[in-house]
Design a protein around this ligand. Structure first.
Ligand code: DGY
Length: 329
């Protein structure tokens, strides 16, 4: 029987070429994510799934898909997938690490500079025709050179951001992680600190940890109050890490200088969300990995994961390594 792989939305075709040689690939041609019912229907008879961060692949969805052997997320994060349920059901889960590291680190710097240099009010004034003259006292932002960057989650993306800031602006690096990383400390001159110290001492705080069941709202009122009034908070990881009401309050009240966020919770924010009204909060539409190179490579990695699992082999980029795959080849 030919394998059938359901892809929930169009992704770069170049990355699907190899997969198309060995399986029937059904790409759902729609601009919006599937509803849960559409996802369940799409998985009927499918042995593989390429899912996106916008697709909740919960236990019920997985249980409904009796032939499914592989779920490959077109992302490095996989908080949209119930990995425990997949493992219990003998379904391999994979992701696409490494190939989006540079793109996401660049996006982090884009947000950091935009927030630090008051880009949002400036752009809005220009677009609205309010820009009347060179402003000696207007749009005054923060400089980066020699400042302190605090990285929460010094993984692949966090250390790529730290490397850029260290090399480009001679910044001092603090980090907070589940455990110290001596190699990174040597390379980046980074110092391992607890979260309260990082928040109090950093001029820029950048979040790079995965969303888990326990870190929702890890940056809330209490944490924001610890930060410097000149500090900038960047979140290019997951929206759930930040208490958005507290962030609005912090930016409005001047507890911190500004914020740049590529992720919100939910995505997109409601049109009436105060997040969208604060001039010192730059909000991007979850574009960390949105480069041609990164997205094409993500498609190739997502395909490679599915191809491996469909022939009973370990995925090259596994999330649940060692899973005992259901069914035969
Ligand atoms: C990821 O990979 O987890 C991003 O959030 C989507 O590219």
């Amino acid at each position: 029987m030919t394998d059938r792989v359901f892809v929930t939305r169009p992704i770069p075709e170049a990355g699907l070429a190899e997969l198309r040689k060995v399986a029937e690939v059904v790409v759902r041609d729609a601009p919006m994510p599937p509803t849960r019912d559409e996802l369940i229907a799409g998985l009927r008879g499918a042995t593989g799934l390429i899912s996106l961060v916008t697709d909740p692949v919960d236990a019920g969805v997985l249980e409904s898909a009796g032939d499914l052997r592989a779920v490959s997320n077109f992302a490095v994060g996989f908080n949209n997938i119930d990995v425990a349920a997949a493992t219990r059901l003998g379904i391999a889960v994979g992701n696409t690490p490494d190939v989006l590291t540079d793109a996401t680190a660049d996006c982090t710097l884009m947000l950091l500079l935009a927030a630090a240099r008051c880009l949002r009010p400036g752009l809005e004034d220009v677009a609205a025709g309010r820009w009347r003259t060179w402003e000696p006292m207007g749009y005054l932002g923060q400089e980066l050179a020699g400042k302190t960057l605090g990285i929460v989650g010094l993984g692949r993306i966090g250390s790529a951001v730290a490397r850029r800031c260290r090399g480009g602006w001679g910044m001092n690096i603090l980090y907070h992680n589940p455990r110290p990383l001596p190699d990174d400390e040597r390379e980046l001159g980074a110092r391992f600190v607890d979260l309260p110290t990082l928040l109090a001492e950093s001029d820029f705080v950048s979040l790079h940890c995965p969303a888990t069941a326990t870190n929702r709202g890890m940056i809330g009122r209490e944490q924001l109050r610890r930060m410097k009034p000149t500090a900038v908070l960047i979140n290019a990881a997951r929206g759930s890490l930040v208490d958005e009401a507290a962030l609005v309050e912090a930016c409005r009240a001047g507890w911190i200088f500004a914020a740049g966020i590529d992720v919100t919770d939910p995505e997109p924010p409601a049109p009436e969300s105060p997040l969208l009204r604060e001039p010192n909060i730059v909000v991007a539409p979850h574009v960390g990995s949105a480069t041609v190179v990164a997205r094409t490579a993500m498609a190739a990695r997502a395909s490679a994961n599915v191809m491996a699992a469909l022939i009973g082999q370990a995925m090259p980029y596994p999330v649940n390594p060692g899973v005992v795959l259901r069914g035969g080849n």
